[in-house]
Design a binder for this molecule. Structure first.
Ligand code: BG6
Length: 477
């Protein structure tokens, strides 16, 4: 039994994204989104950094998002399983190109709007609160081709129209919103985060920060619209979080760790505190970056700040200024990090650090003093189906148990946390690699990396475990 009391009405559940689950990539009038152009393997990585050859899928190439796990047709079956686990919330995203297939269309696509109406009705029927991300890595391809995506100020207007359309349409059904998923990802995977494609010789830093400004303005406009349309709704930002540890107590390392964290905090400082922080202005000056702003932008950012801080936590990071130490790099939700000798890693090299979860939550709460919402956390692992057809994913239970326990400690520390939606409660396509074998779910989906499989759903051992966690409101871990 845990000694920690989780708040009553704590939003236990899971989190998924349209582009990694729905499939049906051209059905119901949907347009192409950037993820529909991402194959697997090395090519995927090159493209995610901003290298794109053509704006249509290539004949004969395998694209995992095109079918994904076919959630578009199977959502009722999947939601019934989430309900069986006792989910109080499901985080989903709306695919921009289902609503505005080109992104700059004059009218929204009714079939797309109806799909999400049906999805939310199904959730509400099971007393599951929809938590909705407006943009989760899926800019309509046409906006990239015609306008250069978020490097162009015009995207702000297109996004505002899209956001207002869905905020208005679902105002009776959705109480929790988020603007951009992992907004800081823009700096690391610019194509995924903002649809940015670079030509040779371009100043990528300049383009990224200009695009970031556009997203921050767009985010503030969505916050404004949300509050006007439904004053009872809450709208948050979403950070790919994970504290950066200095490798040593050498002040150079400590400063470097602080700078690394600030690369990410920069976004949330604007979204939550409402202004560009001094350190960002200095960074722009030092790097000769000129961010174009319209009159009124600063006032808008100041006035329309978020209600809560949504964040994902998978791993902590570590940094050093010693070139020898820097050689020991490891992966970690795409953010470069050096290996932490005190911690283990997942099969994909992501550092496993439950205590870091508590530290990160405290760090965010100390900084922003707003409720936190843990909207992603989990372990991507290879699961084996044994001879009896069972999947005994004890390693996943172990990871989640320790992380939830540390979240409880953070609550004891006084951190206000609204809920916890673990990532990929059902196996879905991996965002970074496009693989199916990197599984996070309590529910196994029969599909492999090449797209073969029946798509049948099977409960893993962790299914009953998570059910009991929710039933006991975090007491039985
Ligand atoms: C986050 C994203 O970066 O991490 C998700 O918001 C993603 O879309 C998750 O799936 C896990 O990453 P991956 O690469 O293991 O799927």
């Amino acid at each position: 039994m845990s000694k920690v009391q989780f708040p009553e009405n704590f939003l236990w559940g899971g989190a998924i994204a349209a582009n990694q689950t729905e499939g049906a990539y051209l059905e119901g009038g949907k347009g192409l989104t950037l993820v529909d152009l991402l194959p697997t393997g090395k090519k995927r990585w090159d493209m995610m950094f901003g290298k794109l050859e053509q704006f249509t899928p290539i004949e004969g190439e395998f694209y995992p998002s095109h079918e994904a796990i076919d959630f578009y047709h199977r959502y009722k079956e999947d939601i019934a399983l989430f309900a069986e686990m006792g989910f109080k919330a499901l985080r989903v995203s709306i695919s921009w190109a289902r609503i505005f297939p080109y992104g700059d269309d004059a009218e929204p696509n009714e079939t797309g709007l109806q799909f999400y109406d049906d999805l939310f009705d199904e959730l509400l029927k099971h007393n599951i609160e929809p938590v909705v991300t407006i943009a989760h890595f899926d800019v309509p391809v046409y906006l990239i081709e015609k306008y250069g995506s978020w490097r162009n100020r015009k995207l702000v207007g297109f996004f505002e129209t899209y956001a207002k359309t869905i905020l208005e349409r679902y105002k009776e059904k959705v109480k929790y919103w988020m603007t951009f998923n992992e907004i800081n990802m823009l700096l690391h995977l610019p194509f995924v985060g903002a649809g940015l494609v670079f030509q040779e010789g371009e100043d990528q830093k300049q383009i990224k920060y200009q695009a970031a400004h556009h997203q921050l303005v767009a985010s503030a406009l969505a916050v404004k619209a949300c509050h006007e349309i439904n004053p009872d709704a809450k709208i948050g930002c979403m950070l790919a979080a994970g504290m950066t540890y200095p490798f040593s107590c050498n002040p150079e390392d400590v400063m470097d760790a602080m700078d690394k964290d600030r690369e990410s905090f920069f976004f949330i400082d604007v979204q939550s505190r409402g202004a560009y922080p001094g350190y960002a202005k200095r960074f722009f000056k030092d790097h000769n970056l000129l961010i174009e702003m319209n009159e009124g932008d600063e006032a808008l950012l100041k006035k329309h700040t978020v209600d809560y801080i949504g964040f994902s936590y998978y791993a902590s990071r570590a940094t050093s200024t010693d070139p020898e130490v820097l050689k020991n790099q490891t992966a970690g939700n795409v953010f470069g990090s050096i290996e932490n000798p005190y911690l283990e890693k997942s099969e994909w090299g992501w550092t496993i650090d439950p205590k870091g979860f508590r530290i990160t939550a405290n760090q965010l709460y100390d900084r922003y003093q707003k409720p936190l919402f843990v909207v992603e956390n989990g372990l991507g692992a290879i699961d084996e189906v044994n001879g009896d057809g069972e999947i005994r994913d004890d390693y996943r239970i172990e990871y989640l148990r320790k992380h939830i326990a540390e979240m409880g400690e953070a609550i004891e520390d006084g951190v206000e946390i609204i809920g916890y939606t673990s990532w990929g409660p059902i196996d879905i396509v991996s965002a970074s690699t496009g693989e199916m074998k990197k599984r996070y779910g309590y529910i196994y989906v029969d599909k492999d990396n090449e797209g073969n499989g029946s798509l049948n759903r099977t409960k893993k051992k962790s299914f009953d475990w998570y059910k009991q966690v929710i039933e006991s409101n975090g007491q039985k871990l």
